[in-house]
Design a protein around this ligand. Structure first.
Ligand SMILES: [Zn+2]
Length: 285
């Protein structure tokens, strides 16, 4: 891919986020669902977001646009009068991050090291400099104590290079971002260092947590069985693609075997899961 084209790709991915990959339905109305004492899921916009009420409010992810972030903040204010002091970003994708400019300046913004590096390349809002993560970590970061404990873990590159899981041990609950999608192929950003092997590793790590309910970046709250099913589907697909690679099949032949048709040439698209797996295991770029 030429450099200019790859930059265009990154900009388009940044602007449209998940919208391109999945024709994700944007939900205009915002609603709040109580998941546990002091823990809430906000549905609306392009991606799930959440918040935790402690001495102050910790938001989880920031929506796609400042306008949607304002709607999310309005939901928080319906639930508590405590101030929002912190935002945790599960990963760097635009549909989870770009709305951060709708939050007040000066908040603590937490992400993994990898997500901050990706944001440095992609997050180009006019006032972006006021909204980069202020606190980052490599593998683990623990916040709060007792029932308010929040454990952040980065289990390695998966959907992107910098995905983190927000685990609330007192509630057996985790906000997991985008390594798991139900009912459709997971989106894996190779251009951000994501890989299918990494997604499997992260899903295994999720299954090892003492968690009953997993809040994905998109869709409904999931159980362990859902995560197991998603992992099995992904491993099956890896197995089938590897077999075709061993038989010496080209990428086009593998795509054909799975009935995958790309859009018209020149259009921007996210590569299919099969293509991601092929490139990953054939060692091709
Ligand atoms: Zn997403």
């Amino acid at each position: 891919m030429k450099k200019s084209l790859s930059i265009a790709f990154v900009i388009v991915s940044f602007l449209l986020g998940t919208a391109v990959g999945f024709s994700q339905q944007r939900s205009a109305s915002f609603t709040t669902e109580k998941l546990a004492e002091n823990v809430y899921l906000v549905k609306g916009g392009l991606a799930n977001t959440g918040f935790i009420v402690g001495e102050s409010v910790t938001a989880i992810d920031a929506q796609m646009t400042a306008g949607d972030a304002e709607k999310m903040i309005a939901e928080i204010k319906k639930t508590t009068s405590k101030p929002i002091t912190r935002v945790i970003l599960t990963h760097s994708d635009g549909d989870h991050v770009n709305g951060i400019t709708g939050f007040p300046k000066g908040l603590e913004i937490i992400s993994s090291n990898g997500a901050k590096e990706e944001m440095a390349k992609e997050f180009k809002a006019p006032n972006a400099q006021d909204y980069f993560p202020t606190r980052t970590f490599a593998e683990k970061l623990e916040l709060g104590t007792g029932p308010d404990k929040i454990q952040l873990s980065h289990f390695g590159p998966a959907h992107t290079s910098g995905d983190i899981v927000v685990f609330l041990p007192a509630h057996k609950l985790a906000f997991v971002g985008d390594p798991v999608f139900i009912g459709r192929d997971p989106l894996i950003h190779r251009h951000k260092g994501g890989s299918s092997a990494g997604v499997v590793k992260t899903l295994k790590a999720l299954l090892n947590l003492d968690v009953d309910r997993f809040v994905p970046g998109h869709g409904d709250v999931l159980t362990k069985a859902d995560i197991e099913g998603a992992m099995k589907n992904l491993e099956d697909r890896q197995q089938k693609v590897k077999q075709l690679i061993n038989e010496g099949k080209s990428l086009d032949e593998v795509k054909q075997a799975f009935g995958i048709k790309d859009g018209p040439p020149g259009g921007m698209r996210f590569p299919s899961l099969v293509e991601v797996i092929y490139l990953e295991f054939s060692g091709k770029k």
